[in-house]
Every structure is written in structure tokens, then in C-alpha cells.
Design a protein around this ligand. Sequence first.
Ligand SMILES: Cc1cc2nc3c(=O)[nH]c(=O)nc-3n(C[C@H](O)[C@H](O)[C@H](O)COP(=O)(O)OP(=O)(O)OC[C@H]3O[C@@H](n4cnc5c(N)ncnc54)[C@H](O)[C@@H]3O)c2cc1C
Length: 389
Amino acid sequence: MPDSTTDPYAHQDIREAVRALCARFPAEYHRKVDEARAYPDEFVEALTSAGWMAALIPEDYGGSGLGLTEASVIMEEINRAGGNSGACHGQMYNMTTLVRHGSEEQRQKYLPRIASGALRLQSMAVTEPTTGTDTTRLKTTAVRKGDRYVINGQKVWISRVQHSDLMILLARTTPLAEVKRKSEGLSIFLVDIKQAIASGMTVRPILNMVNHETNELFFDNLEIPAENLIGEEGMGFRYIMTGLNAERTLIAAECIGDGYWFTEKICGYVRERRVFDRPIGQNQGVQFPIAEAFIELEAANLMRFEACRRYDAGQDCGAQANMAKYLAAKASWEAANACLQFHGGFGFASEYDVERKFRETRLYQVAPISTNLILSYVAEHVLDLPRSF
Ligand SMILES: Cc1cc2nc3c(=O)[nH]c(=O)nc-3n(C[C@H](O)[C@H](O)[C@H](O)COP(=O)(O)OP(=O)(O)OC[C@H]3O[C@@H](n4cnc5c(N)ncnc54)[C@H](O)[C@@H]3O)c2cc1C
């Protein structure tokens, strides 16, 4: 199968290097990790030592100084090779928040050690159990007491906490009743995870459909140094949105990687599998859903590169990041369905890897933002329709 038709954006050098690294971790490796519900330590370690996890850190701080475009190609290639970037993608998009909004002191203190792999910044804690997608109503509070903030509240679905040293936390610093706009009065903090576990943060793992390390967090008078506030107090929601646009775009790229994996896998299978004395891929009833998914993937890919281009140019990319995530998650899901369907019963056998990738890509219809909320964003912010909530 040809590479994406979007050749001008191909970044072939990065693709080849990441593919060579991924080839050292074949399907059996990812299958075993999934079956054991383990973390792909060796794989993430290899990506870190090769410098890929520091792609977005500026060169002055020991990183490669690449853009979101290149970072997205790295994530795409991991998923296209049969892996799951979900184990480590947090570091990529969390980095953008620290790089863009952290103080010079914070950047000096953390970025070189993150670039070298001595520290991991894999977690971001936004979602709460009682408020869900209605983020600005979150109930976790951070109250300033002298040179510290005291944190109380609860988070849910916070990923990679057990495989990270630092976490970005969104909490309310000014009560909702005292702000003009509900997006005001929220702040972001860097939390040292080990210290927090020793002094007021409890981590409760959530067993889930995907092998994705994710947790409930409880904060009981957790004290963190005031110097760990990122940017200005009260501006956290705006800062976190920068990271969320990067996150949506990177996840769009991962879905595209998944989509190509499903398409390649199923094309190979239907060419070979013979039923009624001919390859099943000769039937148009089999060809058309695969072709349809491929067309949608290619369109999603263009939107993903447009989102990346705007982000890297410092332009607003909210619409493009959301639309890329919507299109890519939908296309990879269509490709996953076709891949499972035309493998027949074999699609359900773990050794074909289809059921694993099927579960993994399904997540992206819901997280990090559900398709409904993207439709709502486009209706309100792009089409200027009245706010519905
Ligand atoms: C495996 C996994 C990992 C995650 N990792 C993280 C993480 O690291 N950090 C983090 O902060 N969060 C994380 N999340 C949380 C994720 O971002 C949320 O689950 C997601 O944003 C949806 O929020 P919710 O689950 O509260 O759903 P709800 O807000 O309860 O919504 C439920 C459903 O109702 C629909 N809905 C809600 N309101 C409306 C409306 N007004 N109009 C139409 N439809 C609506 C939604 O589309 C959704 O499908 C993770 C989730 C999962 C499953």
C-alpha cells in the first residue's frame, strides 16, 4: 500500500528512524504487554533514549526543538507499527504547556532533565467524577497559604501517574461565584508525584477496556510549593487549552497511524483468504468499506497537517485540532470495523492483534474529548450557532 498521498508533508527521515526503532518491538511484544496488562517500559525507554520523547523541548533545554508536525509524525508511526502511543503521548502534549507557559526558572529546572529522561512528565489531571466534560465547574480547590497551595478534591481517569514523576494539575483558585466568566479563577500546577503520594494524594488504579494505566486521585490537604504554579494564577484554563489543542492534534495523528495499520492489515488478509474459491478481497462488498475508510483517513490526514501547521505558526488552531481529532477518530474506527469484520472469526483471536488495536482506537471517540463535544465546539465557535450549554 502506498504511503499517505500527502507526500509534501511526509517527513520521511523521521518516519524511517521511528520505524526502525519500532521494528525492534514487534507485534508479539505489544501483545504480551497487553495480555499482562503491563506497561511497555522497554519500548518507552528506547523512545526516550533515542530522543523522540523530547521532540518538543527547545534545543536550548536539551531537546530537539521540533514542531508539533514532527511530533505528530512520531506518534503516528508508533501506532502504524502496531504499538500504542497512549503509553507515552502525555509527555508530548504536557510539554507544550510547560514550554509555552512555564517561567524561565521552571523551564531551566525541569526541561533538561525531562529531555535526558531523568524525569517524566506524562500526566495531566483535569477530569473530575462529578463534573465530567463541564471542566470549568470542577471542584478541586487550591488555596494559597503563605508559600504553599493546599489542594483538596478528586480527579478521575488520570493516566500514566504510576509511570510519571511530574503531573500538571488543574484546580480552582478563585471560587466560581467570585469570577465574571466561569473559565476564570482556574490555575495549573506542577505536582511532584512521589512527594504528593507521601503527603496527601491517594492513587487508585482503574481497570479498563484498554491496557491504559489510568487512575482515580484523591487530594486531602496536599501541600505544594507556590513556586509550582505555572504562569499566572487564575489563567490556567486558557493555558490548558493550548495543551489540549496539541493533544487533540497528536491523537488525530495516532488515529491516522491506527487507520493505516488496520487498512494494511486487512488488505493483506483479504488478498490471501480464499472463500467460495476466490480471494474474499475480490468481492466489492468487502472492498468498499475498506476503500471508504481509506478515503476518510486521507482526508483526516490533511486536516491533521493543517492543525499542525497552524499550531507551529503560532496561529489559533482550535477549529482544525478539533476537526482533525473528529475526522481521524471516526476514520480509524471505520477502518477498525472493516478490519475486524473481514477477518471473520480470526479477528477475535488475540494473536492477530486486531482485537487489541480495535479496543485501543475505540477510546478516541470518547477521550480526550468526545465526538459530541467536538460537534458542539464547531457549531458554536465555527458556525456561530447559539450556545447550548
Ligand atoms: C482511558 C482513559 C484515559 C483518560 N485519561 C485522562 C487523563 O489523563 N487526564 C484527564 O484529565 N482525563 C482523562 N480521561 C477522561 C476523558 O477526557 C473523559 O472521559 C472525557 O472527556 C469524557 O468525559 P466524561 O467521561 O466525564 O463524560 P461525560 O462528560 O459524563 O459525558 C458522557 C457522554 O455524554 C456526552 N455529553 C455530555 N455533555 C453533552 C452535551 N452537552 N451535548 C451532547 N453530548 C454530551 C458526551 O459526549 C459523552 O459521550 C481519560 C478517559 C479514559 C476513558
